[in-house]
Each structure stands twice: as C-alpha cells, then as structure tokens.
Design a protein around this ligand. Structure first.
Ligand code: ZN
Length: 148
C-alpha cells in the first residue's frame, strides 16, 4: 500500500476513535441488567462498568459507563455496537479476535467481523495503550465467565 494511503487510513481511524470518544454509543447503565462488571486500568486510570441484559444466551442489551482516555472509552463504545444482539459465545469469539489484533495480528486487523473496532489496530504498537483498548473487552470476558 502506498504511504499516502496508509496516512489517510490512519487519519480516518483517528477520527473514528475520537467520534466514539465524544459521542459514545450505548453509554449509561441498565437498571434491569443480568450482569454487571466493573474494571479499572490502574496504568492509565481508566474506569469502566459494563452492564449486560441477557435473553437466554443472547445479549439483548448492553450499556457501559466510565471515564478515562479516548482509547479505553472509544474501544468500549465500539465493542457495545458489535456485541448487541449476539450470543455470549459469538461475543467471546469477537473478544478473542480483538485480542489477536492487539497482539499485532494483521489477519485479525483485516477481519470485517471486528467492524469499526479495527480502527484500533494501530494501538497494538503501543503496549501501554493496549491495556486501555482491552479494558471493555476484558469486562465482557468477566461477564461471560459469570454465566458459565
Ligand atoms: Zn487509557
């Protein structure tokens, strides 16, 4: 890929991350939640609480609240978009895929299943920020564990 295109893509991804940070999707809490998990990332000071409403094995609704850096909050926002309506198993598979991307897998970074969360692929180059990006997904993993 020509260098100019890569720079353009990086810019687009940066804008997408900022958009999710400024206008987070599924922000708030669910009074009627099935699962609630709160996690922090002490390295950066990020805080996150994830509420899931399960209908059988399906994630009928999801909300997150918290505060922290743009990476942590944007990643959680992108995640909620992806997992809403999915089964817990499907959501866990996405979490595993996102984890692969955070470990530098180019193949995972090209996986359309990750949707807008692919904008965070570049974070893999910054190990300290990887913890920020994984915070929401780790909360999802904790929620899923509680169900088994
Ligand atoms: Zn952070």
């Amino acid at each position: 890929m020509p260098e100019r295109d890569e720079a353009g893509l990086a810019e687009l991804y940066q804008e997408l991350i900022l958009d999710h940070y400024r206008r987070p999707r599924n922000k708030g809490s669910l009074e009627a939640h099935t699962r609630r998990v709160a996690l922090t990332n002490p390295t950066c000071g990020d805080e996150l609480e994830l509420d899931l409403l399960l209908d059988g094995d399906t994630i009928a609704d999801v909300r997150f609240s918290g505060r922290g850096c743009s990476i942590s909050q944007a990643s959680a926002s992108m995640m909620t978009q992806l997992i809403k309506g999915k089964t817990v198993a499907e959501a866990r598979a996405l979490a595993a895929r996102f984890g692969e991307m955070m470990h530098g897998s180019d193949e995972a970074a090209r996986d359309r299943a990750l949707g807008e969360a692919r904008a965070l692929a570049g974070v893999a180059k910054f190990p300290v920020r990887v913890k920020c990006a994984l915070l929401g997904w780790n909360a999802l993993e904790e929620s899923a564990k509680a169900s088994s």
